[in-house]
Design a protein around this ligand. Sequence first.
Ligand code: NI
Length: 392
Amino acid sequence: MANDYLALANGYAQELMDMRRTLHMYPEAMHHEVETNRRIREFLDQHGIAHLSPAENITVAVLPGDHGGKVAGIRCDTDALEVVEQSDVPFRSTRPGMMHACGHDGHTAMGLFAARMLHERRAGRAGTVKLIFQPAEEGGKGALKVIDTGAADDVQAFFALHVWPTLPTGQLLVSPGPVCASTDRFTVKITGAGGHGAYPERSADALAAAAALVTQLQHVVSRFVPAMEPCVVSVCSFHAGNRWNVIAGEAGLEGTVRTFSNDIRDQVLARMEEVAHHVAQAHRCTAELTLFSICGPIINDEAMATLAAESAREVFGQSSVHPQAPSMIGDDFAEFSAIAPGAYAFLGIASPDGMLGQRPLHHQQFSLDENALPLGAAWLAATSDRFAGSGA
Ligand code: NI
């Protein structure tokens, strides 16, 4: 029963908080989550929980019940970000320039205690839960790396949560349909011809071309995408020139495209290519646009989102579970939910006093209300148990 999991999780509140704080102190960049995985395995071993280690930075805890049932997967991401932490807490990052600024320390801690509870409740429980500790969620295709190992091949439904700033602690958002946007990264290299700042007519100014392109890219969404289709094109980086009297012969832009429909995505990318080419040409420069697909959109499955909401109402209370508004953030949980039905939820982490959970994800002062951790752990355990036991 879901309420049992909450009572159990509340009993572990202090240990859960300690685990999150330890993880917070030792953040690791994506693809390098080795120490984190060592910690994960140590915890699992301590509690007698079987696990697979298909790579140095991937751990999958395997939690069978004692009869039949299905295989549920829970995804927890483990990587941190290149952010200089500016929080004044005793457990702040000990690694200069690295920070758990996206709450993955919380996700990992909640996952570990969900595993512990599912293990303790294995008698009488049907089916198997696999707890997947995934590396490189922040644009590093970590989900595909896990899928490539085959460790998730038998999973019939996937579940995950993400901590959600400004949403009050004690609330959870989950509903069917689009939840997170597809995410592409693009770069544009503009090549002109450098020269003396006094004689622009004898050069091809790549900086001027790039500046014009930044402006023109703003029109791609506003003029070429139907108003009812959510889509974002953001230029987030601009590099050109290095001296006050030398015209820049090269310029570089970098940014991201977010949307929920593959059709719109393809149209937008084609339009950007066209705009880049023509704007560069108008400045006697050339442009080369390169795309890197990070992940597709997360579309929550109807049946799995319904099941996830049912267990959430048992854990959080009837009036504390609400539908999600689709978010333009991306999460490569999308890769898991593309191979089996899935549900991805947002967990409230804002404390009632307004002190914690107010900063956005990736902020150098990102914080979370640790009272949310037992709730999240209980929901992960209850939801995966419910699915694994369904039809048993
Ligand atoms: Ni994140």
